[in-house]
Design a protein around this ligand. Sequence first.
Ligand code: TYD
Length: 145
Amino acid sequence: MKLNKSNVFQCSIIDISKTHNEAGSISIVENNKSIPFEVKRIYYLYDVPGGELRGGHAHYELEQYIIAASGSFDVALYDGKDKRTVTLNRPNLALHVVPGLWRELNNFSSGSVTMVLASEVYKEKDYIRSYQEFLNKKPNDTSII
Ligand code: TYD
């Protein structure tokens, strides 16, 4: 399978609108409205020990939104040429991660919850879990989309 020419600058943070009153806040994500794909899977990471690193893979086709539903953490994105690190620390912000990028999540705050909205069901064949393999397969012309 070929890796997408995507680059880290195609990843953007969207502001999920927030309705707030004295009883708290609510943010809503709807398929094909707030986000450009149909969510096929939601998973969340929690009880992550301090200093732990998650992610450490790339996807061929899957795209996703990553949300700090609680607490904060950093998402490091690599396209083989450029690196970008995004800190997520608000439950109404979502980072769109396009296919074909290496990602690592770290600096998890205590009690943080990472929620992921994914465009595909779980398919191990869609993963590259070796950084060297990712570099070998990633096209050099990442800026040409
Ligand atoms: P993994 O992808 O390694 O987690 P992360 O990238 O967040 O560090 O997933 C951990 C384990 O969970 C691994 O054995 C695969 C399994 N898994 C599923 O079975 N289904 C899923 O949807 C996900 C995300 C993981």
